[in-house]
Design a protein around this ligand. Structure first.
Ligand code: IMP
Length: 188
């Protein structure tokens, strides 16, 4: 094995921290507070997009003071963040009806916008009382379709990240900080 061959999955500890777990906790608390104020007196349904948003949703649900339940959807993603075919397919639908309910879709990253614009359209067909979007990260530079989130924890440049639920080839989801995945390791 040559030293010049990059490891397939470099250890997360070698990757630069873009957003620390303390910074994440602070922003999640702030968004929880904002949502609690915006929906005071109402119940809300959080719909997490599997699998990336699972950790953000679990923290956010505990930071929200108004009555909330949660559900999950899963979509297929082609090419992940790098190249997208533009095709998004629903793999798992919501378990419970959301008609007449206040719904917030919870996503890990708003990137090209294809996933969320597809999901937003789909959820609107269920006739919720209201529909908003919360995302942990926003990469505005990468947008292919016009869509914005109502709650954004962090806006970041066009860099591939892992941790806090986000993966590279299913790895690193349990990493506590959000770290920059090295460009040279992509695709190996
Ligand atoms: P979009 O449809 O391009 O907005 O896709 C968003 C999805 O791509 C996210 O939910 C992530 O699963 C994935 N994604 C985008 N950027 C990254 C990244 O930097 N790291 C890990 N996953 C990413």
């Amino acid at each position: 094995m040559s030293n010049s061959t990059p490891p397939t999955f470099p250890p997360s500890a070698t990757m630069e921290v873009l957003i620390s777990k303390e910074q994440i906790a602070e922003r999640v608390a702030a968004i929880g507070k904002q949502i609690s104020a915006d929906y005071a007196g109402h119940s809300i349904v959080l719909i997490g997009v599997l699998k990336g948003a699972a950790i953000f949703l679990s923290d956010l649900a505990r930071a929200i003071e108004v009555d909330n339940t949660f559900d999950f959807v899963a979509v297929s993603s082609y090419g992940r963040a790098r190249v997208s075919s533009g095709a998004v397919k629903l793999i798992k639908d919501i378990d419970n009806p959301i008609e007449g309910k206040h719904v917030i879709i919870v996503e890990d990253i708003l990137d090209t916008g294809l996933t969320l614009s597809y999901l937003r359209g789909l959820m609107l067909q269920h006739k919720p009382a209201s529909l908003k979007i919360a995302t942990c990260l926003d990469k505005p530079e990468r947008r292919l379709v016009p869509i914005e989130a109502d709650y954004v924890a962090f806006s970041i440049p066009n860099q591939f990240v892992i941790g806090y639920g986000m993966d590279y080839a299913e790895r690193y989801r349990g990493v506590e900080d959000i770290r920059l995945f090295p460009d040279e390791a992509v695709g190996h």
